[in-house]
Design a protein around this ligand. Structure first.
Ligand SMILES: Cc1ncc(COP(=O)(O)O)c(C=O)c1O
Length: 449
């Protein structure tokens, strides 16, 4: 039995047999190519969210597919009792590309952050120094395990599951005085995202990050950058910290590293590596040949395809066009972020989740955060014209909503290439109060906003 192309069965089975921790849109994707996804009805969508910053090389990237197929044919799993060539090579590549001397591999962002928290405490306890407290930022997001949900500076994630892990303190983001005031003789580390992705794409100030680095050096504290979302080219540099001119002691990665194959990594200096003795930490699946082969293919692809240059080019175009929308529509209150991690904030006249659904029905996939922010984090291979087609669709939707005359060029592209989709019907039936029928272009390749 295969239910792959039957959306009704897929959603029925999901509701009946999967734990209901997500609230999916009524769509299932069965195929991807480049920056596009295709649903069970054959409809095409421009993927402006990339599996939440995961599909760094887009979908079905031939190099990635070939690397994992080849590896699967040779050896998928091998336990950590033995050397693993792909693990050694990926560690070498990541250390060569960053400040780090050592890498530990796991399977997700939360696990990478668990390793970071643990090694920070281990670093001091192995020297018989009583420093256990970790300072993190309010509105941060570090994961869903006990340690990382406690590190997350948003009570809503941990409150129902108390008691949480002791030893965490939260301070307002971008406020150096708050960090200074929170430090005690028991402080071990400061853990920060350089862009707070999950709370609405809020970048850290350059001066703040420099001051935090100086403070850590002065007080002998470890600085942890959570680059689970910002790492692996997302911001136009291989790692986001490289935009700030400072280095951390520990960095965590996941999302984009495997291009869709689950992998996480905790990187650190040789000094910090003293925090784990043999047997202190481990993972059955972490560093397995398949995931590491994917990581190597992703790292290689950056050089071969000048991916960082593409991120910079497309990002500049997106910021320029989105800022034009901000000037045109009073409901757009902010456009922020870096590289291809961008948040678009709206005033109270727009409900972000409703706009996300309208964009979806027009063939564009984004995420919404809270009431007011649309986040985009497309594949890093996205072309400038594809990205601009998204801005045009957003322009057209906002024009309809704000009563501004739509761009005539856009109107001419209405509904080109899109079937009347049962998915869209299901969506309007599911949430009629938040959606309006969209009359928008399918993603187009070549014309300018
Ligand atoms: C900054 C950051 N850290 C950690 C995580 C958790 O990663 P995962 O869901 O792979 O455990 C996320 C996920 O969104 C994240 O954005």
């Amino acid at each position: 039995m295969s239910i792959e192309n039957d959306l009704h069965l897929i959603s029925d089975f999901d509701k009946n047999y999967c734990l209901q921790v997500f609230a999916p849109l009524p769509v299932a994707f069965t195929k991807g190519k480049g920056s596009y996804l295709y649903d069970t009805d054959g409809n095409k969508y421009l993927d402006m969210i990339g599996g939440i910053a995961v599909n760094s090389l887009g979908h079905a990237n031939p190099k990635l597919v070939s690397a994992i197929s080849k590896q699967a044919r040779n050896l998928i799993h091998c336990c950590n009792y033995y050397y693993i060539p792909q693990r050694s090579e990926l560690a070498y590549r990541l250390c060569r590309a960053s400040f780090a001397d050592k890498a530990f591999f796991c399977n997700s962002g939360a696990e990478a952050n668990e390793a970071a928290i643990k090694i920070a405490r281990g670093y001091f306890s192995h020297q018989d120094i009583d420093r256990t407290e970790i300072i993190t930022a309010e509105m941060s997001f570090h994961g869903r395990t006990y340690g990382t949900m406690t590190a997350t500076g948003q009570e809503k994630f941990s409150k129902p599951f108390a008691p949480v892990v002791p030893g965490f303190k939260y301070v307002p983001y971008n406020d150096i005085d708050a960090i200074k005031a929170a430090i005690t003789p028991k402080t071990a580390a400061i853990m920060l995202e350089l862009i707070q992705g999950e709370s609405g794409v809020h970048p850290a100030d350059a001066e703040y990050i420099k001051a935090v680095r100086n403070l850590c050096t002065e007080k002998g504290l470890l600085l942890i950058f959570d680059e689970v979302q910002t790492g692996i080219g997302r911001t136009g540099k291989m790692f986001c910290y490289q935009n700030y001119g400072v280095t951390p002691d520990i960095m965590t990665l996941a999302k984009g590293l495997g291009g869709g194959v689950p992998i996480g990594a905790m990187l650190c200096t040789d000094e910090v590596a003293k925090g784990f003795k043999p047997g202190d930490h481990g993972s059955t699946f972490g560093g397995n040949p398949l995931a590491c082969a994917a990581g190597i293919a992703v790292m290689e692809y950056f050089g071969e395809a000048n991916l960082l240059d593409n991120v910079t080019l497309v990002s500049a175009a997106l910021f320029e066009k989105l800022n034009k929308l901000k000037a045109k529509y009073s409901c757009v209150t902010d456009v922020r972020g870096q590289g291809l991690l961008i948040g678009i904030e709206f005033d109270e006249s727009i409900i972000a989740s409703g706009l996300r659904e309208e964009l979806f029905r027009a063939g564009f996939l984004v995420s919404s955060i809270g009431r007011s922010v649309i986040r985009i984090a497309p594949p890093l291979i996205i072309t400038k014209s594809q990205a601009i087609s998204f801005v045009k669709a957003l322009d057209s939707l906002l024009a309809t909503r704000m009563g501004v005359k739509p761009n005539p060029i856009i109107s001419a592209f209405k509904n080109i290439g899109r079937k009347e989709s049962p998915t869209a019907k299901a969506l309007s039936e599911a949430k009629p109060e938040e959606t309006k029928p969209a009359t928008l272009p399918a993603p187009v390749e070549d014309d300018e906003l």
